[in-house]
Design a protein around this ligand. Structure first.
Ligand SMILES: Nc1ncnc2c1ncn2[C@@H]1O[C@H](COP(=O)(O)OP(=O)(O)OP(=O)(O)O)[C@@H](O)[C@H]1O
Length: 363
C-alpha cells in the first residue's frame, strides 16, 4: 500500500479510448474534473464508484481500499460508501422528500460511519420546509438539493457529482450554487465534481483537474491551474485568472467595492459583500489590456503594476496569452493581439501595467 490519503489511479481500455488517470484528493473540498466532451470525466467517476471495472486501479478513499489490482481487491459498487449525484435527480416520485431521504439512510452499510445524519443533510441543503412535499411537486433546483441531501444521507466518505447543475436554467443554477459552496466549506469530505462550466470551476473548485483524451494534463490549486498557459483548455474564450482577496470598502455612491489582494486592488460592482469578507475575483483574459504606464485619463480605472511572466500562443493565431505576475502570489492573464505584443516589444521580466476593464466577484 502507498502512503495514506485519498488516491485514485485508474487505467481502463476501450477499443477507441483509454483512461489513464491518477489523482490525489484532499480530505475535504471540491476537486473539479474539467475537460472536453469525451475526455473521460464520467468514466473516471464510474470507475471510482465501482460501476466500471478498470483493467488496473488503486482506489483508496478515507484510508479504505475499494480497489487494488495489485492485491486483487475489488469492492462492488454497493459496498463503497459513495454519494452519487447526477445531472437529473432520479427521486422516487411517489415518495415525499422525507421518504426519499429515509430510503437513502437504509442503504448505509452495516458498521458504516455516521458522518452526516439526515437532520444535518436537511439543514445543510436548506430543505426542511420541503420534507412533506412529493418529489413530483419540487422545482428543478429543489429536486437537486434533495438529491444531494439524499446522497449525503447514505453517509458517504466521498461525494461524486456529475454535472449536477447542467440540466438547470441560469436562475436555478444561481439558486443552488450557494448551497454547494456551503457543502464545500462545511463538510469534512472530498467531492469530485464534473463540470463543463468555467463559472462553476471558478466559484466552487479548490482543486482543478483537467482531463484530455483520458489523461490528466493539469492538476493543482484552481487559480494556478487556470493560469497555466500550457494547457490548451485554459486558453479559450473563457480563459481567466482567479484572484484571492478581501473586500476592503464599499462605495455606496457608485455601487462599487474595493477588493485588495496580494499585489494590488480592484474596484468591482457591489454584490452586497461586507468589508472584511474573503472574496474570489474572476478576471477574464479578454478583459485585460497591457500598457507600459498607467493611463492618466482612461475609462478603465483598474490598473495594476505587473511583471510579464510569459507569452504563449492563444487559441487564435492573431492573439497571444500574456501571463502577468503581480505581488508574490497573484497571476493575471491578458489576451491581446500578437501585433500589440510585438509593438510593445513585450518580453518576460518587463514591468507593465495591466488594465482591467471588468471583473466579477465569484464569492
Ligand atoms: N459504456 C460505454 N461503452 C463504450 N464506450 C463508452 C461508454 N461510455 C463512454 N464511452 C466512450 O468513452 C469515452 C469517454 O466518455 P465519457 O462519457 O467518460 O466522457 P466525458 O468526459 O464524461 O464526456 P461528456 O462531457 O460528454 O459527458 C468517449 O470516447 C465515449 O464515447
Amino acid at each position: 500500500m502507498t502512503s495514506a490519503g485519498n488516491v485514485i489511479r485508474v487505467t481502463l481500455r476501450r477499443p477507441e479510448f483509454t483512461l489513464d488517470a491518477s489523482l490525489a484528493l484532499a480530505p475535504r473540498g471540491i476537486t473539479a474534473l474539467f475537460g472536453a466532451s469525451g475526455s473521460g470525466k464520467t468514466t473516471l467517476l464510474r470507475c471510482v464508484a465501482g460501476l466500471e471495472r478498470p483493467h488496473d486501479a488503486l482506489v483508496r478513499i478515507h484510508d479504505e481500499v475499494w480497489q487494488d489490482d495489485a492485491a486483487q481487491v475489488f469492492k462492488p459498487a454497493w459496498q463503497r460508501p459513495i454519494g452519487y449525484v447526477f445531472q437529473e435527480a432520479s427521486l422516487f416520485e411517489h415518495l415525499d422528500v422525507r421518504g426519499n431521504l429515509g430510503y437513502a439512510s437504509k442503504r448505509v452499510p452495516a458498521g458504516g460511519s455516521t458522518r452526516v445524519g439526515i437532520d444535518e443533510a436537511v439543514e445543510l441543503l436548506g430543505i426542511g420546509a420541503l420534507l412533506n412535499r412529493r418529489a413530483s411537486e419540487l422545482s428543478g433546483g429543489e429536486r437537486q438539493r434533495v438529491a444531494i441531501a439524499r446522497a449525503l444521507a447514505s453517509q458517504p466518505t466521498l461525494l461524486l457529482l456529475d454535472e449536477p447543475l447542467a440540466a438547470l436554467d441560469h436562475a436555478r443554477r444561481q439558486e443552488i450554487l450557494p448551497w454547494l459552496e456551503r457543502l464545500r466549506d462545511e463538510l469534512a469530505m472530498p467531492m469530485l465534481y464534473v463540470t463543463h462550466s468555467a463559472d462553476e470551476v471558478a466559484r466552487l473548485a479548490d482543486t482543478l483537474v483537467v482531463l484530455d483524451h483520458g489523461k490528466v494534463v493539469a492538476a493543482g490549486p484552481t487559480a494556478t491551474t487556470l493560469t497555466n498557459t500550457s494547457v490548451p483548455i485554459t486558453l479559450g474564450d473563457d480563459a481567466a485568472a482567479l484572484l484571492a482577496g478581501t473586500v476592503q470598502e464599499r462605495d455606496a455612491q457608485w455601487h462599487l467595492v474595493r477588493v485588495g489582494f496580494d499585489g494590488g486592488e480592484l474596484w468591482l460592482p457591489d454584490a452586497g459583500v461586507e468589508p472584511g469578507r474573503r472574496a474570489r475575483v474572476r478576471v477574464l483574459a479578454r478583459d485585460v489590456s497591457i500598457a507600459m504606464h498607467a493611463a492618466q485619463s482612461s475609462s478603465i480605472q483598474n490598473a495594476i503594476a505587473c511583471t510579464v511572466d510569459s507569452i504563449a500562443p492563444a487559441a487564435h493565431a492573431s492573439q497571444v496569452m500574456v501571463r502577468l505576475r503581480c505581488g508574490d502570489s497573484t497571476v493575471l492573464l491578458a489576451r491581446i493581439t500578437a501585433r500589440a505584443a510585438d509593438a510593445l516589444a513585450l518580453a518576460p521580466g518587463m514591468a507593465v501595467c495591466a488594465q482591467v476593464k471588468s471583473a466579477g466577484l465569484v464569492l
